[in-house]
Design a protein around this ligand. Structure first.
Ligand code: HPA
Ligand SMILES: [Zn+2]
Length: 332
């Protein structure tokens, strides 16, 4: 099964590029930039990744990314992840980036976009991968700040495949960002949002009704509301589920208790994603393997999930056809 899952052409729709920062690269960049880290070793960093909830992770996530300062750093961060993902059979990656977390530290948006842009072009040229970029707003920051970031990103609007919404969910409902998402809609930029990870099903409804999103990131708590589940099924809304993330952030206690099988039984459109692979114990292949071990799914189930990701990806018609062909070929 491992060989099959590795060979399967996997499209990743939910990945925070800052969450792909492995401790080894964190140390290398800290040295390059003269940034002090509160850890003595790579082992110490990994030992600190013992989270009790989303906020306890976010604290270390924002601290870790403090080593990212220049365009070169963002290039190296993304290439490091793209190379690893490529080796696991990932063929397409849609990355969230959190500009506010960098601008607040005095890093210019231009450095972030230039570095990621260079890595994206290299991934396409050298690894044959496609990538997409999702500019995410930090929902625990004011909506006015998100609007200012969207406006300041004007030189890059053409490069954006979507805007997203992430960070601390509870107490920060999607409705807080109606105007920002309406602005994105008028600019013709697609929209996604994290909802129903730690927050209630109502936040999923708000994201659909008030932010007009085409996908829900996480969304696992929809199961608490049967009317909402029926709606997600009827409207074929894709959920980008992140199994190992949910366990590490204690959304669920164990993989065995993860509601992925119930979501599948409900007829929802689902995808498997890594979220923050450097922090949550593994990348795409590890997430696929964890599902195989916990749920004993057949190859057919994984093909269905991989196909859903291809169909929901922000890619051209030509690229989608190519990914469909790769998926069909991987089955022989
Ligand atoms: O899993 C997450 N949830 C919310 N915000 C995030 N930012 C990075 N990862 C996450
Ligand atoms: Zn996420």
């Amino acid at each position: 099964m491992r060989d099959f899952l590795k060979r399967l052409p996997k499209a990743e729709l939910h990945l925070h590029i800052e969450g792909s920062l492995e401790p080894e690269l964190m140390f290398a960049l800290a040295e390059r930039n003269g940034v002090a880290l509160p850890y003595a070793s790579v082992e110490e960093v990994r030992a600190a990744y013992d989270f009790s909830d989303l906020q306890s992770f976010l604290d270390l996530y924002f601290q870790g990314m403090s080593v990212l300062r220049t365009a070169e750093d963002f290039h190296d961060l993304a290439m490091d992840y793209f190379t690893r993902a490529h080796a696991e059979g990932v063929v397409h990656i849609e990355m969230h980036v959190d500009p506010q977390a960098h601008i607040a530290r005095g890093v210019e948006l231009a450095a972030v976009m230039e570095g990621l842009g260079r890595a994206r072009r290299r991934a396409e040229r050298e690894l044959g991968m496609s990538t997409a970029l999702i500019l995410a707003f930090l929902r625990d920051r004011p909506a006015e700040e998100a609007m200012a970031v969207l406006e300041s990103a004007a030189p890059y609007w053409e490069l954006l495949d979507a805007v997203g919404l992430d960070s601390a969910e509870r107490g920060n409902p999607p409705s807080k960002f109606v105007e920002v998402f309406e602005r994105a809609r008028r600019l013709g930029i697609p929209r996604v949002a994290h909802a129903g990870e730690e927050g209630p099903p109502e936040y999923i409804r708000e994201a659909l009704d008030q932010l007009d999103v085409c996908r829900i990131d996480h969304g696992v708590r929809c199961l608490e509301d049967s009317d909402l589940v029926a709606r997600l099924r009827d409207e074929a809304v894709v959920l980008t589920v992140c199994p190992l993330s949910n366990v590490r952030l204690k959304v669920v206690e164990t993989m065995a208790e993860h509601p992925f099988p119930q979501l599948l039984d409900a007829g929802l459109m689902l995808t498997i994603n890594s979220d923050d692979p450097a922090y949550f114990g593994g990348g795409m292949l590890d997430n696929f393997l964890a599902c195989h071990e916990a749920f004993g799914w057949s190859e057919e189930v994984f093909v269905t999930l991989a196909s859903s990701a291809i169909e929901a990806a922000f890619v051209s018609d030509e690229r989608r056809e190519e990914l469909r062909r790769q998926l069909a070929a991987s089955r022989h």
